[in-house]
Ligand binder design. Structure first.
Ligand code: FAD
Length: 462
């Protein structure tokens, strides 16, 4: 393959560079359908690819060189905006930020927001049921979607682009394709929900003594702000130290590091009234948190630029980790109520098992979703850290599942978590998933090897 193909064959985390028969870049749904028909006929596996920002190596081919990669990047039209129905219909290759901007230009909000929004595609967001920083208020990608256009594994076009908020006409295929990581069909367009733009926003970077304190501030924020609470993120001190050391132009908004701050929080309020109302409500939460002793210090944004800078600190963590060696990652969710105790006891166990490991924990506390990550000791090379991955992941995932949590909160299964899915998923649920896969993709040509781990040679008919 020529050099131009390499980015399409290499996953974001650089786990591997696969091989492909071809990389194709169709321009519309009909072309996608034609390609799938031909592939289905010839038994050629297909790997759908969006912005290729996924964290679990789901959008790139294996090294057999038997598959084609279908890049969605040319399907990038905003098809329609209906402000009376509060919907937008977009093609799968639209960059998420372009969808947000199109909504904004129609005086509406499309609230899906995540660190990769400048490069991930809306089709990829739907295929992974992406979460991000606004789930607390607006839900994840599935909850933001009303209708889909899908190319089935046989190459038929299913036009399910319905802008309906109520539609109980049988099985919900839309929700089946969302989150299926390209293993059941290809999403070519979607009709998404829009919301009113907030009239005022306030963001604060919180300095916190512990994760228990973060959970206490979250409870206060929920009770004071209700639906106006649109973001609540936590970042360990180690994460923030790593960001400011890696990107020296970024700074914490405190004159000196607040004494005793082991965690930082990011609190966002979106107000439907005005600036004065937003300020009043925001200050009431922070005052209550100070009085109850769960907040050490708080920097409140006084401008959009400052708010952006706070968010930028948070969103730089994933990139900073990528620049600082091999990162052992977990994307877990648990009931918020047990997260502080879980992190405390799991940190201790990891330190016993892997002395010197640097815990890099951050995430969407409001959704009970943590990126429970770790770097190896400062002196360790990439290979030796990678060598500890399966043992550490088993430790963390065993504990998560024992506590009633999920081993993949928002990033999906891809090819990296296939074994874990088989190990932890309820056997009845797993068997049903296999039956669904077989019903919708009997030739197993859609993204083989991902999610259920069925390689192309496991096809039941070949
Ligand atoms: P890709 O990586 O290209 O593909 C992902 C999967 O979807 C693959 O299985 C692929 O085959 C399939 N796919 C892609 N397009 C289609 C289609 N049109 N039809 C069918 N299948 C398709 N994720 C979160 O959920 N929340 C976060 O907060 C978050 N933060 C991130 C921050 C950074 C800095 C980075 C790099 C990633 C982050 N991610 C996050 C992960 C990633 O951005 C999301 O999973 C995103 O939704 C993937 O979109 P994509 O277009 O890059 O998809």
């Amino acid at each position: 393959m020529n050099e131009d193909a390499i980015p399409y064959l290499t996953d974001w985390r650089n786990f591997s560079t696969g091989r492909a028969l071809a990389v194709v870049r169709p321009a519309n749904a009909q072309q996608v359908a034609k390609i799938v028909q031909l592939s289905s006929h010839a038994g050629v596996p297909i790997v759908p690819q969006g912005g290729n920002t996924g964290q679990v190596a789901a959008a790139t081919p294996d090294d057999t060189g038997t598959a084609i990669v279908i890049s969605m990047q040319r399907l990038n039209r905003i098809r329609a905006i209906d402000t009376d129905n509060d919907t937008i219909t977009v093609e799968a290759g639209c960059i998420l930020q372009a969808v947000q901007e199109a909504a904004k230009s129609a005086n509406r909000l499309f609230p899906l927001s995540l660190g990769a929004e400048g490069s991930c595609f809306i089709g990829g967001n739907l295929a992974t049921n992406a979460g991000g920083t606004q789930v607390l208020r607006y839900g994840n990608a599935r909850e933001l979607t009303l209708g889909l256009e899908v190319i089935t594994a046989e190459g038929a076009v299913w036009n399910g682009l319905r802008g309906l908020r109520k539609d109980n006409t049988g099985y919900d295929l839309r929700d089946l394709y969302i989150g299926s990581e390209g293993t059941l069909g290809i999403i070519t367009a979607a009709t998404l929900k829009l919301f009113p733009l907030p009239n005022a926003q306030r963001t604060s970077l919180l300095a916190l003594g512990s994760l228990d304190d973060a959970a206490a501030v979250l409870r206060l924020a929920r009770s004071h702000l209700g639906a106006s609470l649109t973001g609540f993120e936590v970042m360990s001190r180690e994460c923030m130290d790593l960001v400011v050391q890696t990107y020296t132009q970024q700074h914490l908004p405190f004159i000196s590091p607040p004494e005793g701050a082991e965690w930082y929080g990011l609190l966002e309020l979106s107000d439907s009234e005005d600036e004065a109302h937003a300020t009043l409500r925001f200050e009431s939460v922070l005052e209550a948190a100070m009085e109850s002793g769960c907040l050490i210090d708080a920097a409140i944004s006084s401008s959009q630029a400052q708010s952006d800078a706070f968010w930028h600190l948070r969103e730089s963590i994933t990139l900073a980790l990528a620049e600082n060696g091999y990162c052992i990652k977990h994307d877990i969710s648990l009931p918020v109520s047990i997260i502080p105790a879980f992190v405390r006891s799991t940190n201790i166990e990891i330190q016993q098992r892997y002395p010197g490991a640097r815990m890099m924990v951050f995430g969407h506390l409001g959704d009970g979703n943590l990126h429970y990550n770790l770097l190896g000791p400062a002196s360790a090379d990439r290979q030796s850290v990678a060598g500890r991955e399966s043992e550490i992941q088993a430790l963390v995932h065993d504990r998560v599942v024992a506590a009633g949590g999920s081993i993949s909160a928002e990033q999906g299964i891809g090819s990296r978590r296939v074994d874990d899915l088989a190990r932890y998923k309820d056997p009845v649920e797993l068997a049903l998933m296999h039956r669904i896969k077989h019903a919708l993709d009997p030739e197993n040509i859609m993204n083989p090897g991902k999610v259920l781990g069925l390689s192309a040679t496991h096809s039941s008919t070949r």
